[in-house]
Each structure stands twice: as C-alpha cells, then as structure tokens.
Design a binder for this molecule. Sequence first.
Ligand code: G3P
Ligand code: CA
Length: 267
Amino acid sequence: SQSTGPGSQSTGPVIVSHRGASAYAPENTLAAIDKAAQMGFSWVENDVQRTKDGELVVLHDATLARTTDVEEVYPNRAPWNVKDFTAAEIARLDAGSWFSPRYAGARVPTLKQYMDRVSHNHQKIVLEIKNPDLYPGIEQQTLKLLSNEGWLDPAHLTGSLIIQSFSVNSVRTVHDLSPGIKTAFLGRPSIALLPEYARFADAINPDHATLSSAYVSAVHGVDGPHGTPMEVFAWTVDDADGARRVAGFGVDGIITNMPDVVRKALP
Ligand code: G3P
Ligand code: CA
C-alpha cells in the first residue's frame, strides 16, 4: 500500500513520479525523489546507465549535455557521452542549475546513492535500464547492486521494485537472471505477441498516446510470468484529461512528471 499523505491512494492506478517529481525538481536527482516524497508519492521512476570506469549512475540521456554543466567543465570532450566519463568526473558536475538556480549543486547520483535515498524515504521504484546496448552486462550488474542493497529480499520483490526497459532482450535477461523480480516492457507489442512477452514481463508500459481500452483489456487477459494478469503502466501523462482518459481504460499505473496533477484528476 502507498504511504499516507496527499499522494496516497486507496484505489485506482498507482501514480509513479517520472524521473522523480521532475516537473518540480531536476530529473533523476536525489532532490527529485525527495520532492516526490514531500508531496506524498511513494513510487518513483529512474534511468540507469554506466560510466567509463563501470559505475552505475542515474541519468536519462546517453550524453551529459542537457542535464549538467559538462560542456563548461569539460569543453573538449564532445559529445559528452556518459560512457566516456569516469564516476569521479561525473561527480563534479552540477545537475541542478540547468533546471533552476535553486537546485545549483545537485549531483548525478550513483545508483547506490539513489537506492539508499529511495530506501531512506520509504519509496518504491520503477527502475529503467536505459540504452542497454551501450553497456554489456548492465542487467547483471544492476541486479548485483540491488541484491547487495537488500532490494531482492522477499519484502521488496512483492511490491516495491519493478525493472523496465525499451529493450526486450534486457527485460528477458533480467527475468532469466532473477525470476522473482517484477519486470515491464516499455512499448506496445501487438496483441498477438502478448503471450510471448508474458513469459518474462509482468507489465506492458506503453506511450499513453498508443493506448486504448481494448489494448488494456487484452494485456489484462494474459497471465504474466508469476501467474497473475499482466499490468499496464502508461507514460508520460501530465494533464488531468490524459490521466482520466487512461484511468478510464483501466490502467494499473500512470507515470507522470506531475504526480499532484494526476492525483487531483482521479476520483
Ligand atoms: O517510464 C517510462 C518512460 O520513462 C519512458 O521514456 O524516455 O522518459 O525514459 P523515457
Ligand atoms: Ca525512463
């Protein structure tokens, strides 16, 4: 169940704060998950990639350019790929000023720092393995870190961790390596293909624009790898009409930059 507070819910879709409460604090920073917690929202989403020296870090884009001051700090390192910088180099960057001067000094968190804060805040996570083709073995490495941090213990496996990816191979790999984990495929496979995805994905998470009531029903009609109906989490819904639309389709979760807007829109 969700924590109490303004974001708490008794029924209806779970609200997931996308990259943290990223309309209100810089995406994928500790400040963004703290913001979600302060607003009363348990579930957060993030994006995981890997540095040159093998550290898992939380960042959305394949490059550091949009969400940090990397171009000023390292002007000769274009195109500023995450995978070409060490963890120590990335730790120097400011990941908050681009969003607002109020967040100057926010850092790109390591996945360990991020998971520690999720735990501290008693939050739950939809963890996205981003650009896995750039990072061979990132699934196994992520699972090892989660295991070391206690996230693969039965308590978490039953309700506070989902691992998702746009890469079907990545989702399948996570399921094969750690079959107890809840997984989600980001995309919208054809209805005919759902039984194939159901072998390794507990949820299908499509762009909200591609959704229909019939599609959500079709997903719910297929049992996932744990013998329960596959679920649907829609992204990224930031307005009241959109939230009511996908809730009307019967989605199980809504991934949003504005969790407060979605909460207010739902009955
Ligand atoms: O969680 C769904 C959403 O995050 C997928 O798209 O590009 O924001 O990672 P993106
Ligand atoms: Ca994401």
